[in-house]
Design a protein around this ligand. Sequence first.
Ligand code: UDP
Length: 430
Amino acid sequence: MRKKIQFLMSDTGGGHRAAAEAIRQALEERYDADVSLIDVFKDYSPFPWKYMPEFYPWLVKHSKSSWGAGYKLLDSPRTAKTAARGLYMTMETRLKQMFEENPADCYVSVHSVITRPSLSALQSLPQRPPFVVVVTDLVTTPMFWYDRRADRTLVPTQIALDRGMEAQLEKSQMRVVGLPVHPNFIKAIPEKTEARQSLGWDEALPTLTIVGGGDGMGPIFKTARALNDLKMKCQIAVIAGRNKALKEQLEHAQWNQPTHIYGFVKDMPRLMAASDILVTKAGPGTICEACIVGLPMIIYDYIPGQEDGNVEFVVHNKAGAYCPTPVQVADTAADWLADSGKRLRELARAARRIAMPNAVWDIADEIWAQAQQPLVVNEKRNLIKEFQTEIEEFARDYYDALRPSMRRLQVRSRRLTGRSRARARARGRK
Ligand code: UDP
């Protein structure tokens, strides 16, 4: 029987939409599924959240260190829960309206921040459809992803599952499936020469492609210029994504080698198939796509916190290198291109070893199974008990948070007392 499946996502970066589109494709190919996507921030959130998709790249660019500090602050189940509750208070009315206007047999969240508030809104109804969470961060997954109320939480790695257990989820509520990548990265991958021909690129030249996620983040221009300065025998493709200013800047520059400039591309599988090296930000979606294609990666940047672990994932598995400056990127690329492809072949093999091509199908199967389930009857809320538990948890957390400082204070005051006693004894002896 046809089932309606509603994805909850937002265009903060390109990864959430890409994950939802990938699963949509798999669901529609395999089942009689009617799938749609909602940008929860843009379409069902009040000011200022509704501008999140536009604001997100600016925020990460201009306050990268604060972003990292924010991640650390919210990297505990309790602080994440408290922050999500604050967010829910501002979004409650609109979220309830969203569920009323978009009935479904199953809701799927592919966005960490949206997960908890959405479940809170659904929990306020007498009954609700099953709710699946598909975690689209790879390793250092934000705690916002994990909510015990979700019926199924599908994670990409064992570390992501361990973090779920830290957040008090039962192991049986979760499953390690991998990160969803669009089926076209497997099925519609052309041969390299054919891909270059169809893109109008030189068929014979070694090719580097630079991409900074859906929003064209990080020092892409400087990195492209550092590669350009080496005057290598190669061609470069630069994907600016939704970053229009970057695209314009790239288009106005002079280049020493054939250089192809794009805005947001819709055919990433073809561009990856045509490339020899991918120079990229540590976006989880892009990394997993490159692994399936067997494309060596040079990571030039990462978003602190949520993408920390992705760098380690690539480097530790020998699928690429981390080069934090444009000059290092250029030198590494020159090195890899210099030895007649041996190094590139090794890196490509390593990338394929960590690819997760079945993830999208396993996720589609899990969602379809949940869509067959009856409505979940919500327990009647006992507000007094909830309040009591909240106060207890709050007190426990703050006690835990303050304990290290209290200990330091105790040690310091003991030392001071010891010193003043010693001084008094010394004075007495005199
Ligand atoms: N992407 C795309 N066209 C572009 C740039 C990026 O389709 O012009 C896709 C890319 O293939 C990937 C996603 O956008 O699927 C980016 O996700 P990732 O997790 O790498 O980074 P984010 O943008 O979410 O930070």
